[in-house]
Design a binder for this molecule. Structure first.
Ligand code: ATP
Length: 355
């Protein structure tokens, strides 16, 4: 295992960190990354993920705010002094050097040598299965092999925090799941605080202890995967996490009103004590169960007609027209277009966002 000092807890704190570069504005970000956690920074292309990580690594200066690592203010510290291992999106390896030459880079730059470094190299090589590659030039390696070398090079600096910028996006799709599993297993073994940057929800969910969701220029929500999926902070998070159902509803005098169903109150056991107003009712497709609609119409049931049915890799996505509204349900079987179906909501408490 890579040597790490006993005070090496890897607690990263961002306090109001923001700035402007050209026309891009990063709104002040507050983020508390716990020691040893695997956090995925997730957001669409161009939202500012790399910019934020550049600030953490010291590759650019913030216009405002503070960055603290284990309580020390590192906002303006030299990148080499930060104990942060950064694996950039394109790995930035020395292509004409050998794997050993790349792994040696960080200790050489810091004039570190001796038995401790030799031991660290041995453990890194062992852990990432790099032994057979040590004397190969990097430009002769496959994408997956380069990724391991880049990770090894970052670990050779014995970082407190590891930042992986889109670590699997350069790999063929068939390799991504396996590499993510390896990254997660490695991180669990090392207990190293890790920030994994991604724009892919499935990839993020496969590894994250917590997710931080970014919209263009701002962080909108940080939470455990279930919280993000089921309690999105706003419409953007709901849509980005593929929560397809955002239905307009109204609460009036403590009653839930919805155009599509007369007795909407019966749809949920508890809809909380929301003040009167217009809301979006958020419900995930996997929480809607379809069954054939009863012959006689009931005012307390949500029913509609199947409009489309699309096969996914694990389930079907069924689009149901309910009056003027569309609902999306995830199911294990296909439904015929035009079929009259009943929608059972497998969620006791609806999640309501202000409309
Ligand atoms: P991707 O997922 O595509 O890598 P990202 O979320 O990492 O995107 P950034 O690379 O952080 O996004 O870029 C955010 C925005 O800031 C982009 O529109 C980019 O063009 C812009 N930007 C970044 N640096 C500068 C700069 N120095 N001057 C002007 N604009 C910049």
């Amino acid at each position: 295992m890579v040597d790490r000092d006993s005070d090496n807890t890897g607690h990263l704190r961002l306090e109001g960190v923001g700035g402007q570069w050209g026309r891009f504005v990063l709104q002040p970000v507050d983020l508390d990354i716990r020691p040893g956690e695997y956090l995925v920074l997730l957001g669409p292309s161009g939202c500012g993920k790399t910019t934020l990580m550049d600030l953490v690594c010291g590759l650019r200066n913030p216009g405002q705010g503070r960055i603290l690592c284990d309580g020390f203010d590192i906002t303006h510290a030299d990148p080499a002094e930060r104990a942060i291992g950064y694996v950039p999106q394109d790995y930035e390896l020395f292509l004409s050097r050998t794997v050993r030459g790349n792994l040696d880079f960080s200790p050489r730059m810091r004039h570190e040598h001796g038995p401790q470094i030799a031991k660290r190299l041995e453990h890194t090589v062992d852990m990432l299965h790099l032994e057979p590659l040590l004397d190969r030039r990097v430009d002769t390696l496959s994408g997956g092999e380069r990724q391991r070398v880049a990770l090894g090079r970052a670990l050779m600096a014995a970082p407190k925090i590891l930042i992986l910028d889109e670590p699997v996006s350069a790999l063929p799709t068939s390799l991504r799941d396996g590499v993510c599993r390896e990254l997660k297993a490695l991180q669990s073994r090392l207990g190293i605080t890790t920030i994994h940057v991604s724009h892919n929800l499935d990839e993020a969910l496969s590894v994250a202890d917590r997710l931080t969701i970014m919209e263009i220029g701002c962080v909108v929500q940080t939470g455990e995967p279930d919280e993000i999926l089921h309690r999105p902070a706003d419409e953007f998070v709901a849509e980005f996490t593929r929560c397809r159902n955002l239905w307009p509803v109204e609460i009036r005098n403590g009653q839930l009103k919805m155009d599509a169903v007369k007795e909407a109150r019966s749809l949920f056991q508890d809809y909380g004590s929301h003040p009167d107003g217009h809301y979006l009712l958020v419900i995930r497709p996997e929480h809607i169960h379809l069954s054939p609609a009863p012959d006689t119409a009931r005012p307390d049931l949500l029913t509609g007609r199947v409009q489309a049915s699309v096969r996914g890799s694990h389930s079907w996505m069924i689009e149901v027209a309910i009056g003027g509204m569309l609902a999306y349900a995830c199911g294990q079987k296909n439904w015929a277009i035009g079929e009259h179906v009943q929608l059972d909501l497998r969620e006791d408490k609806p999640w309501l966002l202000p409309a």
